[in-house]
Every structure is written in structure tokens, then in C-alpha cells.
Design a protein around this ligand. Structure first.
Ligand SMILES: Nc1ncnc2c1ncn2[C@@H]1O[C@H](COP(=O)(O)OP(=O)(O)OP(=O)(O)O)[C@@H](O)[C@H]1O
Length: 520
């Protein structure tokens, strides 16, 4: 019985399995005489012919070829939103076009450009040896380096960074990084509620379920993994010794696909049902009908037997459109908490703590407080960028002992450039759209429902979603306290209109240009 199920599952989960076997799969090599760009050019032509010029311009105009290795093609786009939009709606089509052009291609991946351009710098704190000691078989390094997982040291060890394993380990799953604890987590207004919920769960005894599931969401690099691992680290080292499993969604998929292939899915399912605390990171990456089905069963079993589940993703549960509706609905049944960007005080504190940790290993290390403060003021996007800035400074100071503020600016220009000052702001979008349609910004965020205001408002919401990393609820708040479903509706409506109305499509493209120029 298990064999039959597994055989069926194997067929359905094939794409997942293949994704994780890039290094060992015997696949036909892509012909060497074919230039990658030429192939990509042909794929774009076919794609345009299939979806029409307007849709193509709206969604694929900024699609670029990132890399081409054996059977995997990686494409890049500038925003997470575009990535998820294209992945959810067009990835199958793009894959089939690539395969029609070149049958050796097994998989197409979409990456977010900024993440692939700025891999996390090698930390002074990481040891190269540790990268050799991956505790479990892992997906190929090439997949990791190309994915948004860059810098996620606590999940899959990569060549760029590796975790410091915890002394206490969870049952199985992704390794925990011992540095990701509540003690090293900086608290502030943007994460206070999430942190309180996380502490409560880590401290609760078995069965003392409070918020179930707890769903934490935020933009990239804002501390979700750190918080999730802090829960796991605290729980596994507590006297109660609950059975804890921490997994990224990708690791969950890989474990399942491997278990199905090896005919031991039942054992895996049994071991997962017998736990006290399940923590899943990067939920947005859970794919595949069969795998989602298995996840749904697991979720139901754990929730129904009052076992705690904690999930994190880069967006709210109701925005996880690629998820099976049953999974989404169970995830929505708990408590969802959004974390926002850290403020200056939090950023300064994060840098200070990093310096203190580095000084414990080398007391001679020092970075003047005015430089820390300057960096905290200017590198404003995320904890990950701050970490990159800090490592850069530490590295530089070993051979440039007296760094001036100007030199710091020079060294960190790439990070400052992506900071809040240069990021597209919702206020600018509202101002530019309002001016274009001859309405006031106040009207855009007001309750007025006349046609002359509704359409520009919907366009502004659509642009806010496509040009900024803000979530639907956050955009709703910035548009006069509207509900997230109103924003979702506006984005869908404008997308539909654009695909059938070339005049509107040009208008929106023009607005995008104006906003980007304003921001240049
Ligand atoms: N509040 C915080 N206190 C201390 N460190 C933080 C905090 N927030 C983020 N960081 C640090 O920033 C880096 C990135 O954080 P983390 O990987 O947890 O982000 P994430 O939200 O999971 O990112 P992604 O969306 O890419 O999965 C980590 O080194 C983490 O320790």
C-alpha cells in the first residue's frame, strides 16, 4: 500500500525531487554551441506570442537570464512580488517553453535580483571547516547559492556561511544556529508582539498551546529565522525537553520527496506526528500538490492534538496564493503577526551586540561608536544588510585601522543605496499618481468612492505592491486604513485591466517610469 502511494507520489513530486538532485541527475547536457542568451531570446519571443505584448511588457519586461547550469535555468526579477507573481502564474508556461526549445532543461527558477547580486559576505565569525560538515544530506550548493536562501545560515550550510550548531539538537530537520537565541535578539516596536508570542511558546509546557498556529511574517532579512530558531533553541534546551522539529519548507519538501523515493514515507510521517513543536520557516516555498497534501495532514494532526505549530513566511497567510487552500485556511486559523523594519535604536543595538560578540573572541577589535551610529542611521533596510555592513567594517579595520566616516560611506555605498532613502516610497507613488490623474493625495487615501478617485487609487495600490516590498496590510494602512482584501482586490483588478487594455498598460508603465526616475 505504501509502495503504491509512494509510486503515485513520486510521479507527482517528481519536479520537487528533480530540483534537489541537480548534482547527481543524469540529464542531457544543453548543447554547448547554443548561447544561453540566444536561447533566452527565443523563449522570450515565444512567451510574448503566447501571453500578448501588454501582459509581456507588464510582467516579463524586467525578466533577465541569471544563470544556466546543466538542466536548471535561473531567471531573475527585481522584486519579491514579481517573483511570486510570475512563479505562481507563469512558471509552468515558461518551463514548458524552455523545454520545447531545449529538452534537457528540467527546471526553471525565478530569483530576486538584489538578493542574488548581494550574497551575504563571509562572516568573520564563520569557520570554513564547518561548511564541510553538513549534518544531513542537503540540496546542491548551486541551488542554494542561486536562491533567496543566500545568507540563511541556519538552514542549509552554504559555501558562503555556515551555522554554529547548537549544543542541543532538535529531533531532526535543518540544523540550528546557536547564535540565534532570544538573548541575541534585539527587541523593539517592530517586533515586540512577535517576540512576546515566541517567548510564550518556547516557555510553555507541552499542551500549553496558546496561539496555534503562530504565523510570523515580514519582509526579507527582518529576523524571522532568528526568532524561529530562538524558539527552537530555547525549547530543546529547556528541562521539559519537548520533541522539536525545525524545518525550512524547502527542506520539508526535500525530506518528503526523498522518503517517497526510498519507500519510507510512512516512517517519516510517523516521526513527524509524534512531536510537540513543529517550526516551519519560509513557508512561501512549499510547492507541489502531493507535498502540500502531506503537509496539510501533518498540520491537521498536530493542531487537532494540541501540538504547537509555528510558521514564518515573507507574506501573510492569506497572501500565500500558491498554497493549497486547505493549508492556507488552517494557517489563517491561528494568530498572524507581522514584523516591520527595525528603527534606528534597534539597528544601533544590533551593531553594538555584534561588536561585543566579536570582542569576546578578540578583545582588540573595536569600531568607534560614531561609526556604529552612522551605519545604523544609513543602512536602514534589514538585519541582514546591517550584518553585511558590520562584517565589511570588521574586515576592513584589520588593515585600515582608522576608518573615516567618508571611507565608511564609500565601503557601504551598495548597502546605503538600497536603504530607505533610495527605496520607492508609498508617499511618492501616491503623489505621482495623484498628480497624473489630477486628484489630490488626500483624495487618494480618503473614503471617496467616485470613479474619478477609485481608479487612480487602485492604480496607486497596484504600484505600491509591485514597486515596494510592502505587504497588503501595510499598503492598506497607508491608504487610509483600508483592509488588506481591498488592496488585494485592487491589485488583481488592475492586473486584469492591464492585460486587456493597452492604453492603461502604457499609462501604468509611464507612471512606473516617473516613480523610478523620481527615485533615481
Ligand atoms: N531583531 C533582531 N535582533 C538581532 N538580529 C537580528 C534581528 N533581526 C534580524 N537580525 C539578524 O539579521 C540577519 C537576518 O535575519 P533572518 O535571517 O532571521 O531574517 P529573515 O526574516 O528570516 O530573512 P528571510 O526573509 O530572508 O528569510 C540575521 O543575522 C539575524 O540575526
Amino acid at each position: 500500500m505504501q509502495t503504491n502511494t509512494a509510486a503515485r507520489a513520486l510521479g507527482e513530486a517528481d519536479h520537487v525531487r528533480q530540483a534537489f538532485e541537480t548534482s547527481s541527475t543524469q540529464t542531457k547536457e544543453v548543447s554547448s554551441d547554443m548561447t544561453d542568451e540566444a536561447l533566452f531570446g527565443r523563449v522570450k519571443q515565444r512567451l510574448k506570442a503566447q501571453v500578448g505584448a501588454d501582459v509581456y511588457t507588464s510582467w516579463f519586461g524586467r525578466l533577465k537570464l541569471h544563470s544556466f547550469s546543466k538542466s536548471v535555468v535561473r531567471l531573475s526579477v527585481p522584486t519579491t512580488f514579481l517573483k511570486s507573481w510570475i512563479t505562481n502564474r507563469y512558471l509552468d508556461l515558461i518551463t514548458s517553453i524552455f523545454q520545447a526549445e531545449e529538452p534537457g532543461i528540467l527546471k526553471v527558477e525565478i530569483l530576486v535580483r538584489s538578493a542574488s547580486r548581494n550574497p551575504r559576505p563571509v562572516s568573520a565569525e564563520t569557520s570554513p571547516q564547518a561548511t564541510e560538515a553538513a549534518p544531513v544530506a542537503t540540496p546542491s550548493a548551486s541551488r542554494q547559492s542561486a536562491s533567496r536562501e543566500i545568507g540563511k545560515i541556519a538552514t542549509f550550510p552554504t559555501a558562503a556561511a555556515s551555522p554554529r550548531p547548537s549544543a542541543a539538537a532538535p529531533l531532526f530537520g535543518s540544523p540550528l544556529d546557536s547564535r540565534f537565541t532570544f538573548d541575541t535578539y534585539v527587541e523593539g516596536p517592530s517586533n515586540r508582539v512577535a517576540l512576546a508570542a515566541a517567548r510564550t511558546i518556547a516557555e510553555a509546557g507541552a499542551g500549553a498551546v496558546r496561539f496555534n498556529p503562530l504565523f510570523i511574517h515580514s519582509g526579507v532579512g527582518l529576523g524571522k529565522t532568528h526568532l524561529l530558531q530562538a524558539i527552537a533553541n530555547a525549547a530543546v534546551s529547556s528541562a521539559r525537553a519537548p520533541r522539536v522539529v525545525y524545518l525550512t519548507a524547502e527542506y520539508f519538501m526535500w525530506r518528503f520527496a526523498t522518503a517517497i523515493r526510498d519507500n519510507n514515507a510512512l516512517t517519516l510521517k510517523d516521526s513527524l506526528r509524534n512531536i510537540d513543536l513543529l517550526i516551519i520557516d519560509d513557508m512561501q516555498f512549499l510547492q507541489g500538490k502531493m507535498i502540500q497534501n502531506e503537509f496539510c495532514h501533518l498540520l491537521n494532526t498536530l493542531l487537532d492534538s494540541a501540538k504547537q505549530v509555528v510558521v514564518a513566511a515573507d507574506r501573510a497567510p492569506w497572501e500565500l496564493e500558491s498554497l493549497d487552500p486547505r493549508v492556507r485556511s488552517r494557517l489563517q486559523g491561528g494568530v498572524a503577526i507581522e514584523m516591520e523594519s527595525p528603527d534606528y535604536e534597534m539597528r544601533f543595538e544590533m551593531l553594538k551586540r555584534r561588536l561585543e560578540a566579536a570582542q569576546q573572541e578578540d578583545a582588540s577589535l573595536d569600531i568607534p561608536v560614531e561609526i556604529l551610529s552612522h551605519v545604523a542611521r544609513n543602512v536602514a533596510n534589514s538585519g541582514r544588510e546591517l550584518e553585511g555592513a558590520f562584517n565589511q567594517l570588521l574586515f576592513r579595520r584589520s588593515f585600515e585601522p582608522s576608518l573615516s566616516i567618508e571611507r565608511v560611506d564609500e565601503l557601504l555605498a551598495h548597502l546605503v543605496g538600497t536603504g530607505e532613502a533610495k527605496r520607492v516610497r508609498i508617499e511618492d507613488i501616491q503623489r505621482i499618481v495623484a498628480r497624473h490623474y489630477n486628484v489630490s493625495r488626500q483624495e487618494l487615501v480618503s473614503n471617496r468612492r467616485t470613479r474619478v478617485v477609485v481608479k487612480p487609487r487602485q492604480i496607486a495600490m497596484y504600484l505600491a505592491k509591485t514597486l515596494t516590498p510592502r505587504s497588503f496590510p501595510e499598503i492598506g494602512r497607508r491608504f487610509g486604513g483600508r483592509d488588506h482584501t481591498t488592496v488585494l482586490h485592487a491589485v488583481r483588478k488592475i492586473e486584469d485591466l492591464i492585460s486587456g487594455d493597452s492604453k492603461l498598460c502604457h499609462e501604468v508603465e509611464l507612471l512606473k517610469r516617473l516613480i523610478n526616475e523620481n527615485n533615481a
